[in-house]
Write a protein that binds this ligand. Sequence first.
Ligand code: HEM
Ligand code: HEM
Length: 185
Amino acid sequence: MNEKTGPGTPSRLAIEVERYPATSRILHWVIAVLVLLTWPLGMVIKFVKNEVSLDFYMIHESLGFLVLWLMLLRVGNRLLTRKPEEDGPRIEQIVAASVHGMFYLFLIIMPLSGFLATNAHGFPFTWFGVLPIWSPIGKAPDIAGTLSAIHLVTAWILAVLFVLHIGAVLMHHVIRRDFTLYRIL
Ligand code: HEM
Ligand code: HEM
């Protein structure tokens, strides 16, 4: 890496700002894109015409199911890799860690509740229409409604977390003009 800094040399950034490990950065963006597709797809399912609603379900469920496995990988990655050092007030670090922690938790509850709800309502799930997924609970009408309710509430919890997350990113990037965004790029 170029050790010189000064006008025209962007390396100062690279030297001084510790980023998340590559695996964390890749997982962050792949999961972010998938969730930003899956969430609105889930919301519009009930408004689309009958002819295409099964396709919407299939794409929504298959992308969402991918998020479940990527999140499990991400938990493993988080336990095995080191997070870059934090600076800033202690209270901000606690708030950031709480929002990030809740993202982890609800990004697992979200696809898990959707998958189990689909099973419980009596619909076998075939990933992208090609890979049949074993149902751990089978048809279970007694709990189907509860699982759907968990899926719906979690969807809104994630939306709130997302607004807080983007608010924090903008605060760092636009107001404080620090390198927080660079840590995850
Ligand atoms: C990150 C993953 C996921 C996100 C962000 C997500 C988001 C949503 C949202 C916003 C809705 C509309 C709200 C509602 O009606 O409940 C919805 C509905 C639905 N989702 Fe998901 N979902 C995910 C994963 C899954 C998975 C993996 C499945 C099944 C394998 C699934 C099955 C369903 C079903 C069947 C509905 C229709 C409403 C219901 O019966 O509960 N979702 N989802
Ligand atoms: C779309 C625009 C997004 C931007 C600009 C963004 C930006 C960032 C930044 C700058 C960080 C690093 C924070 C730090 O250094 O402490 C971060 C971390 C994180 N972001 Fe995002 N993010 C976005 C979307 C999302 C979405 C959609 C999710 C959830 C689905 C998400 C979940 C997380 C989590 C869990 C972390 C903590 C990193 C970890 O420990 O794995 N982000 N994000």
